[in-house]
Design a protein around this ligand. Structure first.
Ligand SMILES: [Zn+2]
Length: 237
């Protein structure tokens, strides 16, 4: 057996038990194991890792390590996405985060009854970024990109995801159904008039409808909440 000495940097320490945080961890391994395998054996999902240095030189995740080496593992701080690639799928515990992303107009699949296999297969098949509370799920090889959501507070969750994937330039408010993720279409007021409450009828003129689930939207309380959220997010850019 061989031994390597791992040091995890920054937010990767979130995945380690207290005694292993910010300290060099000796780890014994067999010669056939890759550095990616060893990082995950220590509890850190490889999709959270931006770079690995072995004896201070960058290596690929498939590298096999020499005995006695020092391994430094660095987290992603910000991963920018080309237009069209800000597409997510969220696990069952993240309903509020999914609604916030949809409010920002970002394509976000969510159901409260997804099975793990279905989440992994859809992330792989549709090249979606998996957002999950379950780091073991994130370790599945088929998943192209992902983030382990550590925050409990939905406000903190959306801040972290927008920051991590640099979503500031992908925000298109009032464009997507909060219930089902389908893009909205503008609709003339006359066409939805009979479905509106008296006050909505009186004070609003601009409406949109979801062609998939038929939900009607207007720039009322949802919209104000969304604008508040966006200005908060942009403050922390
Ligand atoms: Zn809908």
């Amino acid at each position: 057996m061989l031994t390597a000495h791992f040091l995890f940097h920054g937010a990767l320490n979130d995945f380690l038990p207290q005694r292993q945080k910010a300290t060099r961890i000796p780890y014994t391994f067999a010669p056939h194991q890759t550095v990616q395998h060893l990082v995950e054996a220590l509890g850190v999902p490889h999709l959270e890792v931006r770079q690995v240095l072995v004896n201070r030189l960058p290596v690929a995740s498939s590298t096999r390590l020499p005995d006695g080496c020092e391994v430094d593992v660095y987290p992603w701080e910000q991963e920018s996405l080309p237009q069209g690639e800000a597409r997510f799928i969220l696990d069952n515990h993240l309903g509020k985060l999914a609604a916030s992303l949809r409010m920002l107009g970002i394509d976000s699949l969510y159901r409260n009854d997804y099975q793990d296999d279905e989440l992994a297969a859809t992330a792989a098949g549709e090249q979606r970024i998996l957002l999950t509370r379950d780091r073991r799920l994130l370790m599945r090889k088929v998943i192209p990109r992902g983030y382990c959501v550590r925050q409990d507070d939905p406000q903190e969750q959306i801040k972290a995801v927008v920051q991590r994937f640099d979503l500031y330039h992908h925000i298109r408010p009032f464009q997507r159904c909060l219930r089902c993720n389908h893009p909205l279409q503008p609709v003339p007021k006359a066409q939805v008039l009979e479905r509106l409450e008296p006050l909505t009828k009186r004070y609003f003129d601009e409406f949109a409808i979801c062609p998939a689930c038929n939900q009607v939207y207007w720039k009322g309380s949802h919209y104000d909440r969304m604008k508040g959220m966006i200005s908060e997010l942009l403050k922390s850019e």
